[in-house]
Design a binder for this molecule. Structure first.
Ligand code: GLS
Length: 838
């Protein structure tokens, strides 16, 4: 028992040495942390030591908010949103925390007065790359908005020891290097071993009757793995709320080792440890799910089980019964990766807490909601039944039971519609049997949403059509959003400052207020300032590229940027075809008047995705020819910048003139990069896909460069029989481009290198590049014309940025709160720090 609080505690002021914000206090804190935490004095400290000292100085200044927030949630019975995601792509924490605490300039001064280079220290931070791309980054933006809107929330995920690989380019090819992000320690997390949780795997189940004669099942596992939580505070913007990101690390439980040791199997015991710890070793580097990998299913179950058990513990800490669990927690499934949670919550309620099935099912359905993030059929997760049953025997039984009851309902509504029943079943029985995770998520949730209007519509019409017919009321759209804190204030401080001077700072939490700036579109001086900022940032990027990649780019040229995962549906190779088209025009007529352009690419390919890697090679090969041809005279430049990540995104979005959003219509669920570019004043060239459609609606069709087939046109052409050869033969410009690649012109005469790519275009062209080619080229010509008119371009740029209010993640989170989670903001009062008496 702990002694009574009063006898232990004395109050000290928040404004003390440890947390004060005066310059002197900050300087002393940095020096103290360097000495007492890093164990160094300045003469022998590395840059990283100084960074760590600075990071701890900042962390100390948000702990008060963090502890108060946690305490507020524990004391009151507020509903907590739990965002379950296999990925959180948080990006660097330091700058974001400084901005959200409102102490950026003050701390910067303190660092500089300590004789240190602030920017150099800031760049020391290893970014936690615990995600692949859009899906993981969305989770991070949502965590920022939840905290900024003062919504009680916990982000639950996996603390991968190796995040997304670092990408290098050698001889034009992608090389993957392991990401050792924890090498020098992570100052933002706190390990909480006391809150560890056991997770079972494998084994078998046993039926028995309990003392009341009720039929029950117990699960006797093969192995038990311990989940250890690591907590990171997620501070809201200028509020007291600091929510928690709780990531689980897998370890072997000590008891197991000890047992094995006793019977003499020391190596066996150590091996068990290795097997357990493997579970959270590495993030699978695929943007879309990988099928059938046991370790991946282990990862999913591991973090979901830890998280649900954690919630149950928190719930029972606040009240006695689990009967109203769904009033304590709203659990969002970020895609199907955590969908096993439906069966796990049932198991916990029914087997471990003896709640009867029907009640447990009500609780479960009221707890979960499911977000779908992709329409690609190959990306819908399914697990071979055999693998699943071996790893999670009890869950397989539970899924059978859920399915039987669910199909009973379906049969009642559609008697004798056997095809529909087979299509809806949680088990795919068309060949080898599989569990369909999207079906489990849909059945176990009270709400299902897509991430852009078009995507939700296509879900309803296509991928989840049978579910939509069954439960139309479950479906809603939640168009994605991104946080203006990181994507404007942190990444584009000059633009933020200009906006602040004109309309104050309210827009940072109410992005729709940017609309007020429309009043300045006709103000020549404002346009000049707007242009100047873009110009300055482009110059910064040019210097960065020169310094880090030894390539000269012209800051006066149009910066045309495509940064995102490399995937055929995103069509980076369509962009490459256009570059070659321009190149051919120059070669035919070297004095042609072209708008100087710098094509900037960035993005990682899944290591096993051959075609994506070949696209990277193609871009680099084209770059080599174009950049070194004297006829081009610096009018075109092509650069593929390696290792695209959040930090580089922060540099490149503000520097872009043109944003390439050119996926085949109907393939990109939403996109979020499209929003970040536009917010920073880039114009979009894009198809009617994902959120592009809504962006165009907001900014106005006249401020958006639209091209390509619509989704119905894509479907119709497919249905009619699409033949890429027709386009090849009919379009001499396109034919010249393809022939040039085939001829080995970009591959030192090697006619085989790009053959797989060319053949896939000529013989299949699944993503219809040829069908959209001419429309794309024509549209790019409109871009050139618009760019020649500086004032017109600036007007368009301003209107793009200031009409982006809808795409703040604050709007998206408000919608989730109101329409799915039923969650309310909670005010966190700052209390004084109470320290135990010595
Ligand atoms: C994705 C989609 O591909 C993106 O269009 C979307 O913006 C993102 C967030 O909703 O989710 N789905 C996925 O598996 N990876 C993504 O980036």
């Amino acid at each position: 028992m702990n002694p009574p609080v009063e006898t232990l505690q004395q109050t000290i002021k928040v404004e003390d040495d440890r947390t004060g914000l005066s310059l002197e206090t900050l300087k002393r804190a940095i020096a103290d942390n360097l000495f007492y935490i890093q164990g160094k004095y300045p003469a022998i400290a590395t840059k990283n030591d100084f960074y760590m000292a600075l990071a701890y100085t900042v962390r100390d200044r948000l702990l008060q908010r963090w502890l108060n927030t946690t305490e507020t949630y524990l004391k009151s019975k507020v509903k907590v949103v739990c965002y379950l995601s296999a990925e959180f792509l948080m990006g660097p924490h330091l700058s974001n925390n400084l901005v959200n605490l409102g102490i950026y300039d003050q701390v910067r001064r303190a660092v500089e007065e300590s004789g240190l280079d602030f920017v150099e220290l800031r760049e020391q931070e290893e970014e936690p790359g615990l995600g692949n791309g859009g899906l993981g980054r969305l989770a991070a933006c949502y965590m920022d908005s939840l905290a900024s809107l003062e919504i009680p929330a916990i982000g639950y995920g996996i603390r991968y020891e190796f995040g997304i690989f670092d990408q290098e380019i050698r001889d034009g090819w992608q090389i993957e290097i392991t990401d050792k992000w924890l090498r020098y320690g992570n100052p933002w997390e706190i390990e909480r071993p006391e809150a560890s949780i056991d997770v079972k795997f494998g084994g078998y189940t046993q039926a028995y009757n309990d003392e009341n004669g009720h039929y029950r099942v117990r699960w006797i596992p093969d192995i038990i793995v311990k989940g250890v939580p690591y907590d990171t505070p997620i501070l809201g913007y200028k509020v007291n709320t600091a929510n928690t990101l709780r990531l689980w690390k897998a370890e072997a439980p000590e008891s197991f080792e000890f047992e094995a040791f006793n019977v003499g199997d020391y190596y066996g015991a150590v091996n068990e440890k290795v097997v357990a710890e493997n579970i959270t070793k590495v993030l699978y580097p695929n943007d879309e799910p990988i099928q059938g990998k046991q370790l991946r299913l282990q990862q999913q179950y591991f973090f979901v089980s830890c998280s649900l058990q954690d919630m149950i513990r928190l719930h029972l800490h606040r009240q006695d019964s689990l009967d109203n669990f769904h009033e304590s927690f709203a659990v969002q499934l970020n895609d199907t990766h955590p969908a096993i949670g439906v069966a796990e919550l049932m198991r916990l309620l029914v087997d471990e807490h003896q709640i009867d099935w029907d009640r447990a099912w009500q609780i479960t359905q009221n707890t979960f909601a499911y977000t779908n993030h992709t329409l690609l059929p190959e990306a819908l997760e399914k697990w071979p039944l055999s693998l699943f049953g071996r790893l999670l025997p009890r869950h397989l039984q539970i899924i059978y039971e859920i399915n039987q009851r669910f199909l009973g309902q379906v049969r009642a509504k559609y008697p004798d519609d056997h095809q529909r029943i087979a299509r809806l079943s949680l088990i795919d029985e068309s060949g080898e049997k599989y569990i369909r995770m999207a079906h489990l998520a849909s059945v176990g949730s009270h709400a299902i949403n897509g991430v852009a209007a078009l995507h939700t519509k296509l879900l309803q019409q296509d991928v989840l059509r049978d579910f939509y017919e069954l439960w139309p009321e479950k479906f809603t759209n939640k168009t994605n959003g991104v946080t203006p804190r990181r994507w404007i204030v942190v990444s584009n401080p000059k633009l933020a400052e200009l906006i602040n001077r004109k309309i104050g700072t309210n827009w940072i939490k109410h992005l729709e207020e940017l609309k007020q700036l429309e009043a300045f579109v006709e103000d020549a001086e404002f346009r000049q300032q707007w242009r100047q900022i873009k110009q300055d940032i482009k110059r910064d990027l040019a210097e960065y590229v020169k310094k880090n990649h030894a390539i000269d780019i012209n800051p006066q040229s149009l910066f045309d940027v495509q940064v995102k995962r490399i995937h055929e549906y995103k069509r980076q190779h369509l962009n490459a075809l256009y570059i070659i088209t321009l190149y051919n025009q120059i070669k035919q007529n070297p004095n042609i008047d072209v708008v100087p352009r710098t094509f900037i690419f960035g993005g990682k390919a899944a290591p096993g995705y051959f075609m994506a890697k070949l696209i990277i090679k193609l871009i680099n090969s084209v770059a080599q020819v174009v950049n070194n041809d004297p006829d081009v005279r610096e009018r075109l430049k092509v650069v593929f910048l390696p290792d695209y990540n959040v930090r580089f995104g922060q540099r490149v979005y503000p520097a872009a003139d043109l944003s390439e959003q050119i996926s085949t219509a109907g393939k990109e669920a939403s996109g979020t990069g499209n929003m970040k570019f536009s917010m920073n004043g880039a114009l979009t060239i894009g198809t009617l896909d994902g959120a592009n459609i809504e962006i165009r609606e907001e900014v106005g069709a006249e401020n958006f460069f639209l091209f390509g087939l619509t989704t119905p046109e894509v479907y119709a052409l497919k249905a009619k029989g699409y033949n890429p050869w027709d386009y090849y033969h009919a379009n001499s410009q396109l034919k010249t481009v393809i022939d040039l690649i085939s001829s080995g012109f970009f591959s030192h005469g090697d006619t085989n290198l790009f053959r797989p790519l060319v053949d896939s275009l000529l013989y299949h062209d699944q993503y219809m590049l040829f069908a959209d080619y001419q429309s794309y080229v024509d549209c790019q010509e409109q871009v050139n014309q618009a760019y020649r008119d500086e004032e017109k371009w600036t007007r368009m740029s301003i209107l793009n940025a200031v009409r982006m209010g809808k795409f703040s993640s604050d709007r998206a989170i408000r919608e989730y709160c109101q329409e799915i989670w039923n969650a309310q903001p909670v005010n966190v009062e700052m209390q004084e720090y109470v320290q135990p008496k010595p």
